[in-house]
Design a protein around this ligand. Structure first.
Ligand SMILES: Cc1ncc(C[n+]2csc(CCOP(=O)(O)OP(=O)(O)O)c2C)c(N)n1
Ligand SMILES: [Mg+2]
Length: 143
């Protein structure tokens, strides 16, 4: 967590003519989102896709599946990432449906410089497969 945006900046410095996409959660991006300043100042061609579910989702899913849904310290707030992008002088777009998401991705990939994409997604969608705590990959839950 927090590694994605700085890593994307490094990749874009190394390959300035290629689009670089950082795919991140709303919790993870908030660990280093101040580096939007670096990406914008250097004019880097970085696209950031933020999945905004309002949770530290992986931890929430563990608590849901293995700890009786006793949620602790997993609900998080976020800024308006579109407004945040614009406050840095970058481009910010938002999608709330699959159609909007497809259009937004197309627009982002055809827009130069730093582009922030906010995907507003369902709060408690789970991600599979997941390995229960203390068990091996043979015991993974696939759905
Ligand atoms: C630096 C760091 N701290 C804590 C963790 C433990 N951890 C793994 S996933 C996760 C939540 C990630 O939340 P988010 O970025 O919003 O992604 P989501 O799972 O909601 O898609 C946490 C706290 C980690 N991997 N790295
Ligand atoms: Mg999240």
């Amino acid at each position: 967590m927090g590694f994605g945006l700085p890593a994307a900046i490094g990749a874009a410095v190394a390959y300035p003519d290629r689009p670089v996409v950082c795919i991140t959660g709303d919790g993870s991006i908030q660990m280093n989102m101040q580096e939007m300043m670096t990406a914008d100042d250097l004019g880097l061609n970085v696209k950031v896709a933020i999945f905004k579910n309002g949770y530290l989702g992986m931890v929430r899913q563990w608590q849901q599946l293995f700890l009786g849904k006793r949620y602790s310290s997993v609900k998080i707030s976020s800024p308006d990432f579109v407004a945040l992008a614009k406050s840095f002088g970058a481009h910010g777009f938002r999608a709330r449906t699959m159609d909007e998401a497809e259009q937004m991705i197309d627009l982002a990939l055809h827009t130069d410089g730093l582009v922030i994409m906010e995907f507003d997604i369902t709060e408690e969608t789970n991600v599979y497969p997941i390995v229960p705590p203390g068990l091996s990959n043979q015991d993974m839950i696939v759905e």
